[in-house]
Design a protein around this ligand. Structure first.
Ligand SMILES: NC(=O)c1ccc[n+]([C@@H]2O[C@H](COP(=O)([O-])OP(=O)(O)OC[C@H]3O[C@@H](n4cnc5c(N)ncnc54)[C@H](O)[C@@H]3O)[C@@H](O)[C@H]2O)c1
Ligand SMILES: O=C(O)[C@H](O)COP(=O)(O)O
Length: 525
Protein backbone atom coordinates (compact mmCIF):
# COMPACT_ATOMS: atom_id res chain seq x y z
CA UNK A 1 0.00 0.00 0.00
CA UNK A 2 1.57 3.34 -1.03
CA UNK A 3 2.39 5.63 1.86
CA UNK A 4 2.03 9.41 1.84
CA UNK A 5 3.41 12.05 4.19
CA UNK A 6 1.58 15.36 4.65
CA UNK A 7 4.25 17.73 5.95
CA UNK A 8 2.40 21.08 5.88
CA UNK A 9 -0.92 22.16 7.28
CA UNK A 10 -3.60 20.83 4.89
CA UNK A 11 -7.35 20.55 5.28
CA UNK A 12 -8.32 17.21 6.92
CA UNK A 13 -10.12 16.39 3.64
CA UNK A 14 -6.74 15.38 2.23
CA UNK A 15 -6.27 12.66 4.88
CA UNK A 16 -9.81 11.39 4.30
CA UNK A 17 -9.30 11.17 0.55
CA UNK A 18 -5.94 9.40 0.81
CA UNK A 19 -7.49 6.83 3.17
CA UNK A 20 -10.65 6.41 1.06
CA UNK A 21 -8.43 5.73 -1.96
CA UNK A 22 -6.52 3.00 -0.12
CA UNK A 23 -3.31 4.85 0.79
CA UNK A 24 -1.59 4.96 4.14
CA UNK A 25 -1.06 8.53 5.34
CA UNK A 26 0.95 10.25 8.07
CA UNK A 27 0.63 13.91 9.03
CA UNK A 28 3.81 15.45 10.46
CA UNK A 29 3.95 19.23 10.16
CA UNK A 30 6.71 21.59 11.25
CA UNK A 31 9.51 19.10 10.63
CA UNK A 32 13.04 20.48 10.51
CA UNK A 33 14.97 19.61 7.30
CA UNK A 34 17.00 16.93 9.10
CA UNK A 35 13.86 15.40 10.59
CA UNK A 36 12.19 15.26 7.18
CA UNK A 37 15.33 13.81 5.62
CA UNK A 38 15.43 11.07 8.25
CA UNK A 39 11.93 9.80 7.45
CA UNK A 40 11.31 10.67 3.79
CA UNK A 41 12.69 7.31 2.64
CA UNK A 42 9.53 5.61 3.97
CA UNK A 43 7.16 7.49 1.67
CA UNK A 44 5.89 7.15 -1.89
CA UNK A 45 4.24 10.56 -1.85
CA UNK A 46 4.84 13.90 -0.14
CA UNK A 47 2.01 16.45 0.13
CA UNK A 48 3.13 20.01 0.90
CA UNK A 49 2.24 23.71 0.85
CA UNK A 50 4.91 26.42 0.87
CA UNK A 51 6.54 25.74 4.24
CA UNK A 52 8.28 22.45 3.40
CA UNK A 53 11.41 22.94 1.34
CA UNK A 54 11.93 19.96 -0.97
CA UNK A 55 15.63 20.44 -1.60
CA UNK A 56 18.12 18.29 -3.50
CA UNK A 57 19.41 17.10 -0.12
CA UNK A 58 15.95 15.95 1.01
CA UNK A 59 15.38 14.27 -2.36
CA UNK A 60 18.68 12.40 -2.06
CA UNK A 61 17.18 10.50 0.88
CA UNK A 62 13.78 10.02 -0.78
CA UNK A 63 14.52 6.53 -2.06
CA UNK A 64 10.87 5.51 -2.50
CA UNK A 65 9.40 8.86 -3.40
CA UNK A 66 7.35 8.95 -6.61
CA UNK A 67 5.39 12.14 -6.30
CA UNK A 68 5.47 15.54 -4.59
CA UNK A 69 2.04 17.18 -4.51
CA UNK A 70 1.88 20.93 -3.87
CA UNK A 71 -1.52 21.92 -2.46
CA UNK A 72 -1.33 25.32 -4.08
CA UNK A 73 0.34 27.01 -7.02
CA UNK A 74 3.95 28.13 -6.45
CA UNK A 75 6.55 25.37 -6.52
CA UNK A 76 9.56 27.57 -5.84
CA UNK A 77 10.02 25.60 -2.59
CA UNK A 78 10.62 22.41 -4.63
CA UNK A 79 13.84 21.71 -6.51
CA UNK A 80 11.97 20.55 -9.62
CA UNK A 81 15.11 19.74 -11.71
CA UNK A 82 16.46 17.60 -8.83
CA UNK A 83 13.08 15.86 -8.50
CA UNK A 84 13.01 15.25 -12.26
CA UNK A 85 16.52 13.83 -12.19
CA UNK A 86 15.34 11.35 -9.54
CA UNK A 87 12.17 10.53 -11.45
CA UNK A 88 9.86 12.16 -8.93
CA UNK A 89 6.73 13.70 -10.43
CA UNK A 90 5.99 17.20 -9.12
CA UNK A 91 2.36 18.30 -9.36
CA UNK A 92 0.46 21.35 -8.15
CA UNK A 93 -3.16 22.52 -8.07
CA UNK A 94 -3.05 25.48 -10.43
CA UNK A 95 -6.55 26.89 -9.96
CA UNK A 96 -7.73 25.88 -6.48
CA UNK A 97 -6.70 29.07 -4.69
CA UNK A 98 -6.68 31.64 -7.50
CA UNK A 99 -9.98 33.37 -6.64
CA UNK A 100 -9.03 33.51 -2.97
CA UNK A 101 -5.63 35.02 -3.74
CA UNK A 102 -7.08 37.51 -6.19
CA UNK A 103 -9.60 38.57 -3.52
CA UNK A 104 -6.74 39.05 -1.06
CA UNK A 105 -4.99 41.35 -3.55
CA UNK A 106 -8.20 43.35 -4.00
CA UNK A 107 -8.65 43.50 -0.20
CA UNK A 108 -5.08 44.78 0.12
CA UNK A 109 -5.79 47.45 -2.50
CA UNK A 110 -8.84 48.67 -0.57
CA UNK A 111 -6.93 48.52 2.69
CA UNK A 112 -4.16 50.68 1.19
CA UNK A 113 -6.57 53.16 -0.37
CA UNK A 114 -8.39 53.78 2.93
CA UNK A 115 -5.58 52.94 5.42
CA UNK A 116 -7.95 50.51 7.09
CA UNK A 117 -5.39 48.68 9.29
CA UNK A 118 -4.00 51.91 10.80
CA UNK A 119 -7.49 53.40 11.21
CA UNK A 120 -8.62 50.21 12.87
CA UNK A 121 -5.68 50.20 15.30
CA UNK A 122 -6.20 53.89 16.11
CA UNK A 123 -9.92 53.44 16.73
CA UNK A 124 -9.32 50.38 18.92
CA UNK A 125 -6.88 52.55 20.87
CA UNK A 126 -9.73 55.01 21.56
CA UNK A 127 -8.17 57.84 19.53
CA UNK A 128 -11.02 58.66 17.11
CA UNK A 129 -8.60 60.29 14.62
CA UNK A 130 -11.22 61.22 12.03
CA UNK A 131 -9.03 63.90 10.46
CA UNK A 132 -5.91 61.76 10.29
CA UNK A 133 -7.15 59.26 7.70
CA UNK A 134 -7.90 60.69 4.30
CA UNK A 135 -8.18 57.99 1.65
CA UNK A 136 -8.29 57.84 -2.13
CA UNK A 137 -10.99 56.40 -4.39
CA UNK A 138 -10.30 53.44 -6.62
CA UNK A 139 -12.90 54.64 -9.13
CA UNK A 140 -11.22 55.87 -12.31
CA UNK A 141 -7.72 55.02 -11.09
CA UNK A 142 -5.20 53.04 -13.17
CA UNK A 143 -4.33 49.59 -11.90
CA UNK A 144 -1.13 48.09 -13.33
CA UNK A 145 -1.17 44.28 -13.27
CA UNK A 146 2.24 42.68 -13.68
CA UNK A 147 1.59 39.06 -14.68
CA UNK A 148 -1.90 38.59 -16.05
CA UNK A 149 -2.41 34.82 -15.78
CA UNK A 150 -5.01 33.08 -13.61
CA UNK A 151 -4.78 35.32 -10.56
CA UNK A 152 -3.80 38.51 -12.38
CA UNK A 153 -6.72 37.91 -14.75
CA UNK A 154 -9.19 37.57 -11.87
CA UNK A 155 -7.80 40.70 -10.20
CA UNK A 156 -8.12 42.59 -13.49
CA UNK A 157 -11.69 41.40 -13.90
CA UNK A 158 -12.64 42.53 -10.38
CA UNK A 159 -10.87 45.87 -10.87
CA UNK A 160 -12.74 46.50 -14.11
CA UNK A 161 -15.90 45.90 -12.06
CA UNK A 162 -14.72 48.62 -9.68
CA UNK A 163 -14.50 50.95 -12.69
CA UNK A 164 -10.72 51.10 -12.62
CA UNK A 165 -8.69 51.37 -15.82
CA UNK A 166 -6.52 48.24 -15.98
CA UNK A 167 -3.21 48.05 -17.82
CA UNK A 168 -1.32 44.76 -17.86
CA UNK A 169 2.27 43.81 -18.51
CA UNK A 170 2.62 40.16 -19.41
CA UNK A 171 4.63 39.05 -22.45
CA UNK A 172 2.45 35.94 -22.73
CA UNK A 173 -0.90 37.72 -22.59
CA UNK A 174 -2.60 37.36 -25.98
CA UNK A 175 -4.40 40.38 -27.46
CA UNK A 176 -7.63 38.29 -27.51
CA UNK A 177 -7.37 37.50 -23.79
CA UNK A 178 -6.56 41.14 -22.98
CA UNK A 179 -9.64 42.22 -24.90
CA UNK A 180 -11.78 39.57 -23.18
CA UNK A 181 -10.61 40.85 -19.78
CA UNK A 182 -11.08 44.46 -20.75
CA UNK A 183 -7.44 45.35 -20.05
CA UNK A 184 -4.89 47.26 -22.08
CA UNK A 185 -1.74 45.28 -22.77
CA UNK A 186 1.28 47.53 -22.23
CA UNK A 187 5.04 47.40 -21.79
CA UNK A 188 6.45 47.50 -18.27
CA UNK A 189 7.77 51.07 -18.63
CA UNK A 190 4.34 52.29 -19.67
CA UNK A 191 2.69 50.49 -16.75
CA UNK A 192 5.16 51.95 -14.26
CA UNK A 193 4.61 55.45 -15.62
CA UNK A 194 0.80 55.30 -15.62
CA UNK A 195 -0.34 53.12 -12.70
CA UNK A 196 -1.83 54.56 -9.49
CA UNK A 197 -1.80 51.04 -8.03
CA UNK A 198 0.52 48.20 -9.08
CA UNK A 199 -0.22 44.58 -8.26
CA UNK A 200 2.18 41.69 -8.91
CA UNK A 201 1.02 38.26 -10.07
CA UNK A 202 3.97 36.53 -11.74
CA UNK A 203 5.83 33.48 -10.53
CA UNK A 204 9.32 34.09 -9.16
CA UNK A 205 11.70 33.33 -12.02
CA UNK A 206 15.07 34.59 -13.25
CA UNK A 207 13.16 37.13 -15.38
CA UNK A 208 10.78 38.34 -12.66
CA UNK A 209 13.19 38.37 -9.72
CA UNK A 210 13.65 42.01 -8.57
CA UNK A 211 11.29 43.20 -11.31
CA UNK A 212 10.51 46.16 -9.02
CA UNK A 213 14.02 47.34 -8.14
CA UNK A 214 15.19 50.90 -7.39
CA UNK A 215 15.36 51.74 -11.11
CA UNK A 216 11.84 50.49 -11.79
CA UNK A 217 10.44 52.19 -8.68
CA UNK A 218 11.99 55.48 -9.78
CA UNK A 219 9.92 55.26 -12.98
CA UNK A 220 6.63 54.86 -11.12
CA UNK A 221 4.10 57.63 -10.68
CA UNK A 222 4.58 59.66 -7.47
CA UNK A 223 2.04 58.46 -4.91
CA UNK A 224 1.82 54.97 -6.39
CA UNK A 225 0.63 52.16 -4.10
CA UNK A 226 2.07 48.67 -4.55
CA UNK A 227 0.57 45.27 -3.73
CA UNK A 228 2.46 41.99 -3.73
CA UNK A 229 0.46 38.82 -3.18
CA UNK A 230 2.68 36.72 -5.49
CA UNK A 231 6.21 36.08 -4.24
CA UNK A 232 8.79 37.83 -2.09
CA UNK A 233 11.80 38.46 -4.33
CA UNK A 234 9.76 40.25 -7.00
CA UNK A 235 10.34 43.54 -5.17
CA UNK A 236 13.73 44.65 -3.86
CA UNK A 237 12.62 45.33 -0.30
CA UNK A 238 15.39 47.85 0.53
CA UNK A 239 14.52 49.84 -2.62
CA UNK A 240 10.85 49.82 -1.62
CA UNK A 241 11.75 51.09 1.84
CA UNK A 242 13.80 53.92 0.34
CA UNK A 243 10.96 54.89 -2.04
CA UNK A 244 8.47 54.87 0.87
CA UNK A 245 10.80 56.90 3.07
CA UNK A 246 11.28 59.41 0.25
CA UNK A 247 7.49 59.75 -0.02
CA UNK A 248 7.54 58.64 -3.68
CA UNK A 249 5.59 55.45 -2.96
CA UNK A 250 2.48 56.23 -0.90
CA UNK A 251 1.96 52.73 0.43
CA UNK A 252 2.67 49.04 0.01
CA UNK A 253 0.71 45.93 0.92
CA UNK A 254 2.80 42.80 1.19
CA UNK A 255 1.59 39.26 1.69
CA UNK A 256 4.90 37.70 0.72
CA UNK A 257 8.52 38.34 1.69
CA UNK A 258 11.97 37.55 0.37
CA UNK A 259 12.61 35.45 3.49
CA UNK A 260 9.72 33.56 5.07
CA UNK A 261 8.61 33.20 7.73
CA UNK A 262 9.33 36.93 8.09
CA UNK A 263 9.66 37.45 11.83
CA UNK A 264 11.72 40.64 11.53
CA UNK A 265 11.74 43.05 8.64
CA UNK A 266 12.90 46.62 7.93
CA UNK A 267 9.37 47.51 6.77
CA UNK A 268 7.65 46.24 9.92
CA UNK A 269 6.30 49.13 11.98
CA UNK A 270 6.07 51.44 8.95
CA UNK A 271 2.50 52.74 8.97
CA UNK A 272 2.46 53.05 5.16
CA UNK A 273 2.99 49.33 4.89
CA UNK A 274 0.31 46.68 5.38
CA UNK A 275 1.54 43.15 5.95
CA UNK A 276 -0.09 39.73 6.09
CA UNK A 277 1.77 36.46 6.72
CA UNK A 278 1.43 34.80 3.29
CA UNK A 279 -2.35 34.55 3.66
CA UNK A 280 -3.20 34.86 -0.04
CA UNK A 281 -4.49 31.27 -0.26
CA UNK A 282 -5.86 31.09 3.26
CA UNK A 283 -9.62 30.75 3.01
CA UNK A 284 -11.57 27.68 3.99
CA UNK A 285 -12.81 27.36 0.41
CA UNK A 286 -9.38 27.50 -1.20
CA UNK A 287 -7.79 25.20 1.35
CA UNK A 288 -10.57 22.66 0.87
CA UNK A 289 -10.10 22.92 -2.91
CA UNK A 290 -6.35 22.48 -2.96
CA UNK A 291 -6.30 19.71 -0.33
CA UNK A 292 -8.97 17.76 -2.16
CA UNK A 293 -7.30 18.25 -5.54
CA UNK A 294 -3.81 17.37 -4.42
CA UNK A 295 -4.98 14.26 -2.57
CA UNK A 296 -6.97 13.09 -5.59
CA UNK A 297 -4.15 13.79 -8.03
CA UNK A 298 -1.53 12.05 -5.88
CA UNK A 299 -3.82 9.06 -5.20
CA UNK A 300 -4.61 8.75 -8.91
CA UNK A 301 -0.94 8.75 -9.77
CA UNK A 302 0.11 6.31 -7.08
CA UNK A 303 -2.82 3.94 -7.59
CA UNK A 304 -3.55 4.14 -11.34
CA UNK A 305 -0.70 5.99 -13.04
CA UNK A 306 -2.94 8.90 -14.08
CA UNK A 307 -0.99 12.16 -14.19
CA UNK A 308 -2.68 15.56 -13.85
CA UNK A 309 -1.09 18.98 -13.37
CA UNK A 310 2.45 17.65 -13.30
CA UNK A 311 5.20 20.15 -13.97
CA UNK A 312 7.72 17.56 -15.13
CA UNK A 313 5.71 14.88 -16.88
CA UNK A 314 3.08 14.67 -19.64
CA UNK A 315 -0.51 14.37 -18.42
CA UNK A 316 -2.35 11.06 -18.47
CA UNK A 317 -6.04 11.39 -17.65
CA UNK A 318 -7.78 8.83 -15.41
CA UNK A 319 -9.81 7.90 -18.49
CA UNK A 320 -6.68 7.44 -20.64
CA UNK A 321 -4.65 5.55 -18.02
CA UNK A 322 -6.35 2.12 -18.53
CA UNK A 323 -6.31 2.58 -22.34
CA UNK A 324 -2.63 3.43 -22.29
CA UNK A 325 -1.60 0.64 -19.91
CA UNK A 326 -1.02 -2.14 -22.51
CA UNK A 327 0.64 0.38 -24.83
CA UNK A 328 2.93 1.49 -22.03
CA UNK A 329 4.10 -2.10 -21.67
CA UNK A 330 4.58 -2.45 -25.44
CA UNK A 331 6.35 0.92 -25.71
CA UNK A 332 8.73 0.10 -22.86
CA UNK A 333 9.52 -3.31 -24.37
CA UNK A 334 10.21 -1.76 -27.78
CA UNK A 335 12.42 0.91 -26.24
CA UNK A 336 14.27 -1.67 -24.18
CA UNK A 337 14.70 -3.98 -27.19
CA UNK A 338 16.07 -1.10 -29.27
CA UNK A 339 18.35 -0.01 -26.42
CA UNK A 340 19.77 -3.52 -25.98
CA UNK A 341 20.57 -4.04 -29.65
CA UNK A 342 22.13 -0.59 -29.94
CA UNK A 343 25.83 -0.59 -29.28
CA UNK A 344 27.05 2.85 -30.27
CA UNK A 345 26.07 6.41 -29.30
CA UNK A 346 22.47 7.30 -30.08
CA UNK A 347 21.93 10.44 -32.16
CA UNK A 348 18.19 10.36 -32.75
CA UNK A 349 15.07 8.40 -31.89
CA UNK A 350 11.85 8.48 -33.86
CA UNK A 351 8.71 6.85 -32.57
CA UNK A 352 6.12 6.10 -35.22
CA UNK A 353 2.53 5.59 -34.15
CA UNK A 354 0.25 3.96 -36.71
CA UNK A 355 -3.46 3.16 -36.77
CA UNK A 356 -5.18 3.17 -33.36
CA UNK A 357 -1.92 4.06 -31.61
CA UNK A 358 -1.83 7.36 -33.54
CA UNK A 359 -5.10 8.41 -31.88
CA UNK A 360 -3.70 8.08 -28.35
CA UNK A 361 -2.10 10.59 -26.02
CA UNK A 362 1.39 9.60 -27.20
CA UNK A 363 3.56 11.83 -24.99
CA UNK A 364 3.62 9.37 -22.07
CA UNK A 365 4.23 6.52 -24.53
CA UNK A 366 7.20 8.34 -26.01
CA UNK A 367 8.50 9.03 -22.49
CA UNK A 368 8.36 5.33 -21.63
CA UNK A 369 9.98 4.32 -24.94
CA UNK A 370 12.88 6.60 -23.96
CA UNK A 371 12.97 5.06 -20.49
CA UNK A 372 13.17 1.58 -22.02
CA UNK A 373 15.77 2.70 -24.51
CA UNK A 374 18.09 4.35 -21.99
CA UNK A 375 17.66 1.79 -19.18
CA UNK A 376 20.14 -0.72 -20.66
CA UNK A 377 22.65 2.10 -21.04
CA UNK A 378 22.40 3.84 -17.67
CA UNK A 379 21.00 3.49 -14.16
CA UNK A 380 18.08 5.33 -12.56
CA UNK A 381 16.21 6.22 -15.72
CA UNK A 382 12.46 6.61 -15.61
CA UNK A 383 9.65 8.25 -17.56
CA UNK A 384 10.15 11.54 -15.78
CA UNK A 385 13.86 12.01 -16.36
CA UNK A 386 14.34 10.11 -19.65
CA UNK A 387 13.25 13.02 -21.92
CA UNK A 388 15.55 15.37 -19.96
CA UNK A 389 18.47 12.94 -20.25
CA UNK A 390 17.92 12.74 -24.03
CA UNK A 391 17.98 16.52 -24.25
CA UNK A 392 21.14 16.75 -22.14
CA UNK A 393 22.82 14.19 -24.41
CA UNK A 394 21.72 15.80 -27.65
CA UNK A 395 19.57 12.82 -28.60
CA UNK A 396 16.92 14.18 -30.95
CA UNK A 397 13.51 12.74 -30.16
CA UNK A 398 10.63 12.94 -32.62
CA UNK A 399 7.21 11.38 -33.08
CA UNK A 400 5.30 10.69 -36.27
CA UNK A 401 1.65 9.66 -36.44
CA UNK A 402 -0.26 7.94 -39.24
CA UNK A 403 -3.86 7.30 -38.39
CA UNK A 404 -4.35 5.02 -41.41
CA UNK A 405 -3.62 1.43 -40.32
CA UNK A 406 -1.18 -0.65 -42.39
CA UNK A 407 -0.84 -4.41 -41.89
CA UNK A 408 -1.77 -4.01 -38.23
CA UNK A 409 -4.68 -2.07 -36.73
CA UNK A 410 -2.27 -0.54 -34.27
CA UNK A 411 1.51 -0.29 -34.44
CA UNK A 412 4.35 1.40 -32.60
CA UNK A 413 7.76 1.51 -34.25
CA UNK A 414 10.95 2.72 -32.57
CA UNK A 415 13.70 3.85 -34.93
CA UNK A 416 17.09 4.51 -33.40
CA UNK A 417 19.74 6.32 -35.34
CA UNK A 418 23.25 5.79 -34.03
CA UNK A 419 26.58 7.14 -35.19
CA UNK A 420 26.85 4.14 -37.52
CA UNK A 421 23.43 2.87 -38.52
CA UNK A 422 19.69 2.98 -38.11
CA UNK A 423 17.90 0.17 -36.29
CA UNK A 424 14.19 -0.27 -35.81
CA UNK A 425 11.79 -2.46 -33.92
CA UNK A 426 8.00 -2.47 -34.13
CA UNK A 427 5.20 -4.03 -32.15
CA UNK A 428 1.46 -4.27 -31.91
CA UNK A 429 -1.18 -5.39 -29.41
CA UNK A 430 -2.84 -8.73 -30.07
CA UNK A 431 -6.38 -8.96 -28.75
CA UNK A 432 -6.17 -5.29 -27.78
CA UNK A 433 -3.81 -5.78 -24.83
CA UNK A 434 -1.09 -8.35 -25.53
CA UNK A 435 2.16 -6.79 -26.73
CA UNK A 436 3.86 -8.56 -29.67
CA UNK A 437 6.98 -7.74 -31.62
CA UNK A 438 6.14 -7.79 -35.32
CA UNK A 439 9.22 -6.37 -37.02
CA UNK A 440 12.88 -6.15 -36.15
CA UNK A 441 15.25 -4.19 -38.36
CA UNK A 442 12.64 -4.28 -41.12
CA UNK A 443 12.39 -8.09 -40.97
CA UNK A 444 8.87 -9.31 -40.21
CA UNK A 445 8.72 -11.60 -37.18
CA UNK A 446 6.06 -12.36 -34.58
CA UNK A 447 7.17 -12.84 -31.02
CA UNK A 448 6.16 -12.23 -27.45
CA UNK A 449 8.78 -10.58 -25.27
CA UNK A 450 9.88 -12.82 -22.40
CA UNK A 451 12.40 -12.27 -19.58
CA UNK A 452 15.34 -14.02 -21.31
CA UNK A 453 15.82 -13.82 -25.05
CA UNK A 454 18.48 -14.50 -27.62
CA UNK A 455 18.54 -12.24 -30.67
CA UNK A 456 20.48 -13.49 -33.68
CA UNK A 457 21.11 -12.01 -37.09
CA UNK A 458 22.11 -14.82 -39.40
CA UNK A 459 22.51 -15.80 -43.02
CA UNK A 460 19.48 -17.73 -44.21
CA UNK A 461 21.28 -21.07 -44.85
CA UNK A 462 20.22 -24.66 -44.16
CA UNK A 463 21.46 -26.31 -40.95
CA UNK A 464 21.64 -23.15 -38.80
CA UNK A 465 18.58 -23.86 -36.66
CA UNK A 466 19.70 -27.41 -35.85
CA UNK A 467 23.17 -26.26 -34.81
CA UNK A 468 21.77 -23.50 -32.62
CA UNK A 469 19.30 -25.92 -30.97
CA UNK A 470 22.07 -28.41 -30.26
CA UNK A 471 24.38 -25.72 -28.84
CA UNK A 472 21.69 -24.48 -26.46
CA UNK A 473 20.67 -28.03 -25.53
CA UNK A 474 24.31 -29.03 -24.81
CA UNK A 475 24.54 -26.04 -22.47
CA UNK A 476 21.38 -27.16 -20.66
CA UNK A 477 19.41 -24.12 -21.85
CA UNK A 478 15.77 -24.90 -22.57
CA UNK A 479 14.13 -23.17 -25.53
CA UNK A 480 10.65 -21.87 -24.73
CA UNK A 481 9.78 -20.40 -28.13
CA UNK A 482 11.68 -19.94 -31.38
CA UNK A 483 10.76 -17.29 -33.94
CA UNK A 484 12.31 -16.79 -37.35
CA UNK A 485 12.00 -14.06 -39.90
CA UNK A 486 13.65 -13.08 -43.18
CA UNK A 487 13.08 -10.51 -45.86
CA UNK A 488 13.55 -13.04 -48.72
CA UNK A 489 14.83 -16.62 -49.13
CA UNK A 490 18.59 -16.69 -48.73
CA UNK A 491 18.65 -13.06 -47.49
CA UNK A 492 19.63 -11.83 -44.02
CA UNK A 493 17.45 -13.46 -41.41
CA UNK A 494 16.59 -13.02 -37.76
CA UNK A 495 16.10 -15.57 -35.02
CA UNK A 496 14.50 -14.58 -31.76
CA UNK A 497 14.68 -17.31 -29.19
CA UNK A 498 12.97 -17.22 -25.84
CA UNK A 499 14.96 -19.26 -23.31
CA UNK A 500 14.18 -20.27 -19.74
CA UNK A 501 17.33 -18.87 -18.18
CA UNK A 502 20.10 -16.34 -18.65
CA UNK A 503 22.95 -17.62 -20.88
CA UNK A 504 26.10 -15.68 -20.12
CA UNK A 505 29.01 -14.55 -22.30
CA UNK A 506 30.65 -18.02 -22.58
CA UNK A 507 27.67 -19.61 -24.31
CA UNK A 508 27.08 -16.48 -26.37
CA UNK A 509 30.68 -16.70 -27.60
CA UNK A 510 30.01 -20.27 -28.76
CA UNK A 511 26.81 -19.15 -30.53
CA UNK A 512 28.65 -16.30 -32.23
CA UNK A 513 31.14 -18.87 -33.52
CA UNK A 514 28.44 -20.95 -35.26
CA UNK A 515 28.46 -20.82 -39.07
CA UNK A 516 25.91 -18.33 -40.50
CA UNK A 517 25.70 -16.26 -37.30
CA UNK A 518 26.32 -12.59 -38.09
CA UNK A 519 25.47 -11.20 -34.67
CA UNK A 520 24.14 -12.65 -31.41
CA UNK A 521 22.95 -10.73 -28.40
CA UNK A 522 21.40 -11.82 -25.13
CA UNK A 523 18.44 -9.66 -24.12
CA UNK A 524 16.67 -9.43 -20.81
CA UNK A 525 13.33 -7.83 -19.99
N1 LIG B 1 0.14 34.83 -1.77
C1 LIG B 1 -0.28 33.62 -1.96
O1 LIG B 1 -0.67 32.93 -1.04
C2 LIG B 1 -0.33 33.06 -3.35
C3 LIG B 1 -1.35 32.17 -3.69
C4 LIG B 1 -1.36 31.63 -4.97
C5 LIG B 1 -0.38 31.98 -5.88
N2 LIG B 1 0.60 32.84 -5.51
C6 LIG B 1 1.64 33.24 -6.47
O2 LIG B 1 1.00 33.88 -7.56
C7 LIG B 1 1.71 33.54 -8.74
C8 LIG B 1 0.79 33.66 -9.93
O3 LIG B 1 -0.17 32.61 -9.90
P1 LIG B 1 -1.10 32.31 -11.15
O4 LIG B 1 -1.96 31.17 -10.79
O5 LIG B 1 -1.75 33.55 -11.61
O6 LIG B 1 -0.02 31.85 -12.21
P2 LIG B 1 -0.16 31.87 -13.78
O7 LIG B 1 0.91 31.02 -14.30
O8 LIG B 1 -1.56 31.61 -14.19
O9 LIG B 1 0.16 33.39 -14.15
C9 LIG B 1 1.44 33.93 -14.09
C10 LIG B 1 1.54 34.94 -15.22
O10 LIG B 1 2.79 35.57 -15.12
C11 LIG B 1 3.22 35.83 -16.42
N3 LIG B 1 4.65 36.06 -16.48
C12 LIG B 1 5.64 35.15 -16.45
N4 LIG B 1 6.83 35.76 -16.56
C13 LIG B 1 6.56 37.08 -16.65
C14 LIG B 1 7.39 38.21 -16.78
N5 LIG B 1 8.72 38.11 -16.85
N6 LIG B 1 6.81 39.43 -16.82
C15 LIG B 1 5.45 39.55 -16.77
N7 LIG B 1 4.62 38.50 -16.66
C16 LIG B 1 5.18 37.28 -16.59
C17 LIG B 1 2.81 34.60 -17.18
O11 LIG B 1 2.74 34.83 -18.57
C18 LIG B 1 1.47 34.30 -16.59
O12 LIG B 1 0.43 34.84 -17.35
C19 LIG B 1 2.21 32.12 -8.48
O13 LIG B 1 3.39 31.87 -9.17
C20 LIG B 1 2.42 32.06 -7.01
O14 LIG B 1 3.79 32.26 -6.75
C21 LIG B 1 0.64 33.38 -4.27
O1 LIG C 1 1.60 29.43 -4.35
C1 LIG C 1 0.63 29.30 -3.62
O2 LIG C 1 -0.29 28.51 -3.84
C2 LIG C 1 0.54 30.22 -2.45
O3 LIG C 1 1.71 30.87 -2.22
C3 LIG C 1 -0.05 29.58 -1.22
O4 LIG C 1 0.94 29.13 -0.34
P1 LIG C 1 0.49 28.35 0.98
O5 LIG C 1 -0.17 27.10 0.52
O6 LIG C 1 1.71 28.08 1.74
O7 LIG C 1 -0.48 29.21 1.69
Amino acid sequence: MPKVLISDSLSPRAVEIFRERGLEVDVKTGLKPDELKAIIGEYDGLAIRSATKVTKDILSAATNLKVVGRAGIGVDNVDVPAATARGVVVMNTPFGNSITTAEHAIAMMFALAREIPAANASTHAGKWEKNRFMGVELYGKVLGVIGCGNIGGIVADRAVGLKMKVVAFDPFLSPERAQELGVEKVELEDLLRRADFITLHTPLTEQTKNILDAKALAKTKPGVRIINCARGGLIVEEALKAALDAGHVAGAALDVFAVEPAKEHPLFGNEKVICTPHLGASTTEAQENVALQVAEQMSDYLMTGAVVNALNMPSVSAEDAPKLRPYMKLAEQLGSFAGQITETGIKAVTIEYEGQAAELNTRPLTAIVLKGLLSPLMESVNMVNAPVICKERDIKVSETKRELAGDYQTLVRVIVQTEQRTRSVAGTLFGGDKPRLVEIEEVPIEAEVTPNMLFIRNEDKPGFIGKLGTTLGDAGVNIATFHLGRTAPGANAIALVSVDQAMGEGLLGTIRGLPSVVRAKELSF
